[in-house]
Design a protein around this ligand. Structure first.
Ligand SMILES: [Zn+2]
Length: 423
């Protein structure tokens, strides 16, 4: 361990103990690579593939053409806090302590995290870190930069923090922003934004006024998305960091109850599902515009990972529960849910993996499920030259990188065939 790392460790220990704060705006340093990880909760290939073919996602298409893409293997019964914590620590939910929305009857929170997440390891190694709206990052942790919490932030009208959206001014039970000096700056420049996506209406609210409630709710979702886009843009512009991780939740939330299903699908209700059949695909069209904004901050030397913790699929007849009702505990309990992701077999709802960067291969499709949620953190650490801790379950995704010139010349033509483009 070099002197810098020891100094950084000491700083982190002090910061964690509340003795000091990291500088309000850590500078993005020249010597560190720049990595942006954009998490899209429940991004589903089944929905985005046809949109890509139709030319509805021009920015995502551009990223895919310039990078490596494929499915990402998730865990069994996946949900956001569980998978984001597995991504960040590259350890199983049992090892890292975040097994779901609730752990031991309490809403999952960062105090329960028993393994070092990616942002702490990077901070300790002198890499500046910026985080916004990543699930299960409440209360925020001290990092070498800034952190704005995401899903599971608790506040007014959102006491358990589960799938609801307190505004910045309404947060309770802990800080949603690190360092605290950033709060007033955000209030001034971004506004009093909602931290997570809107809570889904319940069956009672919907009855008899389906169209009105759906349209009103979707307006709220698009307001939250604009605030979030403004937040991301502000942070990327005024607080550039070496490593930045941003996440969005509205796509998944809309998919759960407005997935474009057919009359033969489980849970179909014409009164609900003919109102806005494009509501869910529209979320990806809106996401694509957000991606366009983020791409303005991505130059030829920036690595960009677009990932989803899991996909989302319509309910299946044989999995209907004994009540004949699909209300999910994990999603508010009372919303007439028609799609979900917490299937026992996580291979049924793989996430999305897309990577682009200075030495990342171009237009390469990965078949099957060779990439796992556990691999993101080791791969990001490797970009910074940091060796992944031994207990990490994932591996460095060496196959997404171009082979170095020297390796090519030594290995000759043959090695070029390994993991080649499958077009
Ligand atoms: Zn979900």
């Amino acid at each position: 361990m070099n002197r810098n790392r020891i100094a950084m460790l000491a700083l982190l220990t002090l910061a964690a103990a509340g003795f000091l704060n990291f500088p309000a705006s850590a500078q993005s340093s020249q010597q560190h690579p720049r990595v942006i990880v954009l998490g899209v909760n429940g991004m589903e290939w089944d929905i985005i593939r046809p949109l890509l073919v139709r030319g509805d996602l021009p920015n995502l298409a551009r990223v895919i053409e310039r990078g490596v893409y494929g499915k990402m293997r998730t865990l069994s019964a996946p949900n956001c806090p569980k998978i984001y914590s597995a991504i960040a620590t590259s350890t199983s939910p049992e090892e890292n302590g975040i097994t779901g929305f609730f752990v031991g009857g309490k809403t999952a929170n960062t105090k329960m995290l028993r393994q070092d997440p990616l942002w702490s390891i990077l901070s300790r190694n002198g890499v500046s870190v910026g985080m916004a709206n990543v699930p299960a990052t409440f209360p925020v942790m001290p990092v070498n930069g800034y952190m704005v919490s995401g899903m599971l932030t608790r506040g007014k009208g959102c006491e358990d923090g589960v799938l609801c959206s307190p505004k910045l001014s309404e947060v309770t039970d802990g800080p949603a922003v690190y360092p605290s000096s950033l709060v007033s700056e955000l209030r001034e420049n971004v506004g009093d934004f909602s931290i997570d996506c809107a809570r889904m209406p319940d069956a009672e609210e919907l009855r008899g006024q389906e169209a009105k409630v759906i349209n009103g709710w979707l307006e709220q979702v698009s307001r939250i998305r604009s605030q979030q886009t403004k937040l991301f843009d502000f942070l990327l512009t005024h607080h550039a960091t070496d490593f930045t991780m941003l996440a969005q939740s509205c796509e998944d939330r809309v998919g759960h109850w407005l997935y474009p299903i057919q009359p033969h699908n489980v849970g179909y209700d014409a009164k609900l599902h003919t109102v806005r059949p494009e509501a869910f695909p529209d979320q990806y069209r809106a996401f694509d515009r957000v991606l366009g904004r983020i791409l303005q901050h991505v130059d030829a030397n920036t690595y960009l990972f677009v990932i989803s913790d899991h996909g989302i699929k319509p309910l299946r007849e044989f999995e209907e529960n004994h009540l004949g009702y699909h209300a999910m505990h994990d999603h508010g309990g009372t919303t007439p849910v028609i799609a979900k992701h917490d299937y026992a077999d996580g291979d049924d709802v793989p996430g999305v993996f897309i990577a682009l960067g200075p030495n990342i291969r171009r237009d390469v499709r990965m078949f099957g499920l060779p990439i796992s949620v556990f691999d993101i953190t080791p791969t990001v650490l490797s970009i910074y030259g940091i060796e992944p801790p031994k207990n990490m379950k994932g591996r460095i995704l060496t196959e997404i990188f171009e082979k170095r010139g020297s390796e090519q010349s030594i290995a000759g033509v043959g090695i070029g065939l390994e993991g080649q483009s499958d077009h």
